[in-house]
Design a protein. Structure first.
Lengths: 487, 325
């Protein structure tokens, strides 16, 4: 038995650790993906005034604070028994589209693209966003930084702060949009649409026109046949801000569709003794272990699963891109983990088009910012799609609106089991008897989870994206036999 | 261009129990990043660079000129790296509310470790854990022993663990403040006395706030933010809404109030004030325009979750530290 310890893995939002065990022949027997941190928001929001929660829960993640703020705002609407006004809904969604644009740009160019644009086994020192810029040119690199920045500026304008936003109140928002601000956002959103189209073209030129990459996507050790989850609107089109959660099985057949208040009937979480992060699974199927197939309770909540779970995109250009992706990859649903990068770009285009749609509605500058028909506070569930998966916030309060209990199922948590399984499959496919474990092999193990854009790495969005690995091979007594470090 | 005769500053950024927002605030220097990299080499930054703990261990003591440590100290790994970085760094800065005062994760000190673990792993509405499984620091699987860090009973500030030279507050710190402090260091400007809070105005938030304030507040009732129709122009305190602005040092640009939300004190106390909660309570006392003591108490009792509001970001650094049992 040999043990490969990957610790610490850096360029993560927080800390992660991978343990790979091989048998005496050198084949992988088992893999553990461990999350060594816990802060316990579920407990310490108890006793707080519920209207403070949208501002407190942003501190769960400084990279996707807008998602927590949005799920929390919607839970707050439920607690006070109010529907937000039409204007407030539009303002919230416009903010949210800018949040997606910023995040998806950053993940694709800084984390995903280095593996494709520069190459999965390129020298590690070049496999980062600077390497991407070197390859595609400084002009494009500057454009990437500019578009992300503009998206952040829109977030700051609407949300009150570019990081920890504070716009949501029960039934609405704190601040309206001025006409000149709206017009300015229209122009910016047009820029997003063009940039998204460019990004899809870049993906086509660099990845899809390279048979080796297409082979890796389709035939590499990166496929996982599990159920797909995603929020959909009334036409079963992808939606990030509102709708019902739809789950389709391995064959793409709808298993169920649930609304926010019903989540407990559909999702359950399991605790394992070797990690601080829980493992959600489909309650109606049950936990059957880390297994694939229709009998397994494991599901994924990612850009790819959102597209799998929907019947299409609600905007025209994104829908075209959606159709193209499925026709190229052999129809729905797609289970190739690396196709998540493509799906993310389809979503980037959708967010851009949707931002343009919303900003083009003059009524978004309305003054009906808040529905104040508050009921006695009680209970509310808010569900949105975070960039990294379906996000659920559930609050229960006393009649004064003081939080008694809170439950959170966070985007990446949904993907805890799939990430573990994807790493294992990649390791099994790549680390074998007679194979020399080198930098390229290790990067290809990494690519298995990088596709998920996991939230423990979401803080890495805007920076060079190769993760250093250190592998220590020990004998059965734990003595170091061999050490390999990739910088 | 870098001055050849002057060696570049060696800089590290690290996180403990944090959300990543502080690291994003460093990234948000945008173009100034080029100024930073012109004057400094980042030698350790897990969010961005490949440097390992082992590489840091191999550095000579005092090798790093400046370390920005964000995040609170929540587990054994946070503490271990804090000690390591202290040894390797000439200047240690507690960066952001969590390392400065405990921050939002510090609210966990209102509870205790067992209650927190029970809630998360046993009781959460969607969790099914009939066997009461808990994450174990050392856990034997058939292939070997797996390890995760020790989860402490308290959240601690950085200076409760190591010697801190400066504090740069905020959740997250305003990026412009970081750039100012950074430039002061690279330009060899005289540094403030050890232990100083830097990157602030030294004055209350109210000094910068553009909302209209009355000279004599006469509040007869305390409201929650959603109970009033905020006009966007009048001081929150004058409208009867608790705002931490009077007890909080400036530096953020009054960003929350500009977004029509009352301040919650992430920048920390005013100079010479050690306990934010005590300070804001005295302010609240002076704004209430009622003679009768019983009536005053009634009004005060309208403040919901006073401890969680007054110590929103500062509980681990406050006098009232934690639930004992």
């Amino acid at each position: 038995m040999k043990r490969y310890t990957i610790d610490p893995i850096t360029r993560l939002e927080g800390h992660g650790k991978i343990e790979i065990f091989t048998n005496d022949e050198g084949d992988v027997e088992n893999v553990y993906f461990q999350v060594p941190e816990l802060r316990g928001f579920e407990k310490f929001v108890e006793g707080r005034a519920v209207e403070e929660l949208p501002q407190i829960v942003t501190k769960i993640c400084g990279v996707c604070p807008g998602c927590h703020h949005m799920a929390s705002g919607k839970a707050l609407d439920g607690v006070f028994g109010v529907e937000p006004t039409l204007t407030a809904k539009m303002i919230r969604e416009l903010f949210y589209m800018a949040h997606f644009v910023h995040s998806h740009i950053a993940h694709f160019y800084a984390l995903g693209a280095p593996d494709f644009v520069v190459g999965p086994t390129a020298p590690a020192a070049e496999r980062n966003v600077l390497g991407v810029i070197a390859k595609v040119g400084k002009e494009i690199g500057t454009e990437v930084i500019k578009q992300r920045r503009i998206a952040q500026e829109i977030q700051a304008l609407i949300g009150g702060h570019q990081t920890h936003v504070m716009m949501n109140v029960p039934g609405g928002v704190r601040k309206g949009l001025k006409e000149e601000e709206r017009k300015d956002i229209v122009e910016k959103a047009k820029g997003f649409v063009e940039f998204s189209k460019f990004s899809l073209q870049l993906f086509e030129d660099v990845v899809l026109k390279n048979p080796a990459y297409v082979d890796v996507i389709l035939n590499g050790p990166y496929s996982l046949k599990i159920h797909s989850m995603g929020l959909v609107d009334e036409n079963n089109k992808v939606n990030f801000y509102d709708g019902k959660v739809r789950v389709v099985n391995v064959d793409g057949k709808e298993l169920f569709k649930y609304s926010n208040t019903e989540y407990r009937e559909y999702i359950e979480e399991r605790v394992e003794p070797w990690t601080y992060l829980k493992f959600p699974y489909l309650k109606k199927v049950g936990w059957k272990g880390f297994t694939e197939g229709n009998d397994s309770g494991v599901y994924q909540a990612t850009p790819l699963s959102r597209l799998n779970a929907a019947d299409g995109m609600a905007t025209p250009l994104a829908h075209e891109a959606y159709e193209k992706m499925y026709s190229t990859l052999g129809g729905k649903p797609v289970h190739n983990t690396l196709a998540m990068h493509w799906a993310r770009l389809v979503e980037l285009l959708y967010s851009s088009e949707r931002a343009l749609e919303l900003a083009s509605i003059p009524e978004i500058c309305g003054t009906d910012l808040r529905n104040k028909m508050y009921q006695t506070p009680k209970e509310g569930v808010g569900i949105v799609e975070a960039q990294r998966g379906t996000l659920t916030h559930h609050y229960m309060t006393d009649e004064k609106g003081i939080v008694v209990k809170a439950n959170l199922i966070v985007g990446t948590t949904n993907n805890n089991a799939p990430i573990t399984m994807s790493i294992k499959k990649a390791a099994q496919g790549l680390i074998k008897k007679g194979v020399t474990v080198d930098d390229g092999i290790l990067n290809m193990v990494e690519m298995a989870f990088r596709a998920y854009d996991p939230c423990f790495s979401c803080a890495t969005h805007s920076l060079p994206g190769n993760m250093p690995l250190e592998v220590i091979i020990r004998d059965n007594e734990g003595n170091v036999k061999q050490q390999f470090k990739r910088k | 261009m870098a001055n050849e005769s002057k060696p570049k500053l060696k800089m590290a950024v690290y996180w403990g129990a944090a959300c990543g927002g502080c690291c994003v605030s460093v990234l948000d220097v945008h173009e100034a990043l080029f100024t930073v990299t012109e004057h400094a080499d980042l030698v350790f930054w897990p969010i961005a660079l490949d440097t390992k703990y082992k590489d840091v261990e191999a550095m000579p003591d005092g090798h790093i000129d400046l370390t920005l440590f964000n995040g609170a100290v929540r587990n054994s790994e946070n503490e271990h790296i804090a000690h390591l970085l202290r040894k390797k760094s000439k200047i240690m800065v507690a960066y952001g509310s969590c390392s400065h005062m405990g921050g939002i994760p510090g609210l966990a000190n209102f509870s205790n470790k067992e209650d927190l673990l029970r809630r998360v792993y046993d009781e959460c509405e969607s969790t099914s854990n009939p066997d009461k499984v808990r994450p174990q620091e050392h856990y034997q699987v058939k292939e070997g022993t797996l390890e995760i860090p020790h989860f402490y009973k308290d959240v601690m500030t950085l200076d409760q663990i190591i010697d801190v030279d400066y504090y740069l507050p905020g959740c997250p710190p305003q990026t412009e403040r970081l750039v100012e402090v950074f430039l002061a260091i690279v330009q060899n400007k005289p540094l403030p006395p050890k232990g100083s809070v830097i990157g602030t105005t030294g004055l209350a938030q109210c000094e910068e706030c553009t909302r209209k304030k009355s000279d004599n507040r006469s509040v007869k009732k305390i409201f929650r933010p959603w109970e009033i129709d905020d006009d966007g122009e009048t001081c929150f305190m004058d409208q009867g809404v608790i705002c931490m602005g009077p007890a909080t040092v400036g530096g953020c640009g009054v960003r929350c109030v500009k977004g029509n939300a009352p301040c919650r004190g992430c920048y920390g106390p005013l100079p010479e004030v050690t306990d934010m909660g005590a300070k804001i309570m005295s302010t609240v006392g002076t704004m209430i325009d009622i003679e009768d003591e019983a009536e005053i108490e009634k009004v005060i009792s309208n403040i919901v979750d006073p401890a969680g509001t007054f110590y929103r970001f500062s509980l681990p650094s406050a006098k009232i530290r934690r639930k004992i049992k």
